[in-house]
Design a protein around this ligand. Structure first.
Ligand SMILES: Cc1cc2nc3c(=O)[nH]c(=O)nc-3n(C[C@H](O)[C@H](O)[C@H](O)COP(=O)(O)OP(=O)(O)OC[C@H]3O[C@@H](n4cnc5c(N)ncnc54)[C@H](O)[C@@H]3O)c2cc1C
Length: 330
């Protein structure tokens, strides 16, 4: 039996999209390993029980909800120990997660405790019952990729780039069994303590984490003109991204660049403002769910990727959109 475990990605108690992509990867691995194992999801902290049970319709057989009243955030030191205890009882074949700040904190600690292999930033991952595992990871901003091979004995840990985790549809109405586990670990022994959570302004959020992105291109302009993009991001509660010219002008730092030589993003909504839609840019937004484009050129390539296209001058359109949003918020 080769069981595959996945780590549920949650925010404020709700399951986030990469989790569903992980269910698909886990089912593929179960089948590659002979089809005899099951998919188990592990949810850390307080998550809606109804949402956890609904993972059954994505092929998850059971959910282990590791939760405690003692800690209300994902604290790597605590939960790596709790996961270590759970894993040791069952010896699954593998644990998959999405690459997030939480898994960045958790997986290296857990790999250390288990003395096992860890693959980060995975784009593809395979393992066979002959104990061979193979992963592909990006190098040098995605210009190069490396394939790594290793022998797996104990449960390897793999964190996938969220941008490669495809949305998947439920294929049954089954509920997963949800099992609650309260770790028997004292918080007194923890070496680290979270003393404060500092909320970032939505416009400064990491692009790979953002739900809503307002993306600016050359058409957004420089200096004072660019403020309209900041105002739009604030109005919709989104973060700002940009094409290469905006970075080259020094208007925004490199970590805000989207595209082949920037970041690959997968937000719920991306609003492209004054972006022609060059290949090198659109490669980075392909996984976005809803795409809006505003451009004064009706033949701009970006419109081929848009669910909603608006032809016109963004400096005339955006102030109207912002004032309407502000009205609706009242
Ligand atoms: C090896 C290589 C790697 C690259 N990597 C990247 C990358 O990672 N990311 C990236 O973005 N680019 C990358 N590029 C550059 C890429 O080829 C394009 O040059 C770039 O994406 C164009 O950016 P843009 O759409 O902002 O500008 P433009 O192509 O100049 O488009 C500006 C758009 O704004 C519109 N516009 C102008 N004024 C207004 C207005 N007032 N209102 C509405 N619309 C207006 C225009 O009609 C036009 O469609 C790369 C290039 C190379 C060669």
């Amino acid at each position: 039996m080769f069981d595959i475990w996945i780590l549920v990605q949650q925010r404020e108690g709700s399951i986030e999209a990469p989790t569903f992509g992980l269910t698909a990867e886990a089912r593929r691995l179960v089948s590659e390993l002979g089809g005899k194992g099951i998919v188990t999801a592990v949810a850390l902290g307080s998550v809606s029980l109804e949402e956890l049970a609904s993972l059954g319709s994505y092929g998850v057989k059971r959910v282990l909800n590791i939760n405690t009243d003692q800690i209300n955030r994902c604290q790597g030191e605590y939960f790596s120990q709790a996961l270590f205890n759970a894993v040791k009882k069952e010896s699954p074949a593998c644990l998959l997660g999405a690459q997030t700040p939480e898994s960045d904190d958790l997986f290296p600690r857990l790999a250390g405790l288990l003395q096992t292999s860890l693959v980060t930033r995975a784009m593809d991952f395979h393992m066979d019952s002959g104990k061979k595992a193979r992963a592909v990871r990006p190098l040098a901003n995605g210009y190069l990729f490396e394939e790594v091979e290793f022998e797996w004995k104990d449960m390897p840990l793999v964190s996938f780039l969220p941008s490669v985790l495809f949305d998947t549809e439920p294929d049954s109405n089954k509920d997963a069994e949800v099992i609650k586990l309260v770790p028997d670990i004292s918080t007194d022994a923890l070496k680290t303590k979270i003393t404060k959570i500092i909320e970032a302004a939505p416009e400064d959020l990491d692009l790979e984490e953002a739900d809503i992105i307002v993306a600016a291109g050359r058409g957004a302009g420089k200096g004072e003109e660019f403020n309209i993009i900041r105002q739009m991001a604030k109005a919709v509660g989104g973060t700002i991204g940009a094409t290469r010219p905006i970075i080259d002008w020094g208007t925004l730092p490199y970590e805000k660049q989207i595209g082949q030589t920037g970041k690959y993003v997968a937000p719920r909504l991306i609003i492209n403002c004054g972006i022609s839609g060059a290949n090198e840019y659109t490669a980075g937004i392909e996984k976005s769910h809803q795409v809006i484009a505003i451009d004064k050129n009706p033949r701009a390539r970006i419109f081929r990727f848009a669910d909603l296209g608006v032809v016109g001058d963004l400096h005339e359109i955006l102030p109207q959109v912002i004032s309407r949003i502000e009205e609706l918020k009242k």
